[in-house]
Write a protein that binds this ligand. Structure first.
Ligand code: AMP
Length: 113
């Protein structure tokens, strides 16, 4: 299975600025923020990327999105935020443990670069 730096963060072997945790997921501040607010929301289950999620992960994937909504509310982001998932190297994925980027605090262009 995929062992990444995020596995070490889940096991608390390396530090992270954690903003939310439950049995299924962990959310922490991105170490290289691309916006004034940049939080990563990850499942504790080490799914390498969205393309490798299965039907069994349906509830887990829903959980991640709903937690993103809750975390955005708890951080006072209102309704001005972006959720992004990079799937695969060519799409910009660098850590192969599924994660949602929660970005806010600046204008976002479309389409994303
Ligand atoms: P991606 O490029 O979509 O795979 O996103 C990976 C993200 O993980 C990047 O935005 C990195 O800045 C972030 N990242 C890598 N290592 C750490 C770390 N130790 N703590 C917090 N964020 C990290």
């Amino acid at each position: 299975m995929s062992e990444t730096i995020f596995s070490k963060i889940i096991r608390k072997e390396i530090p992270a600025d954690i903003v939310y945790e439950d049995d299924l997921c962990l959310a922490f501040k991105d170490v290289n923020p691309q916006a004034p607010t940049h939080v990563l929301i990850i499942p504790k289950k080490p799914i390498p990327k969205l393309a490798e999620a299965t039907d069994e992960d349906q509830a887990l994937l829903g959980h991640l999105l709903l937690k993103a909504r809750e975390i955005a509310a708890s951080l006072g982001l209102g309704d001005a935020y972006r959720i992004a998932i990079n799937n695969g190297e060519q799409a910009g994925q660098t850590v192969f443990h599924l994660h949602l980027h929660l970005l806010a605090g600046r204008p976002f262009s479309w389409p994303p670069g």
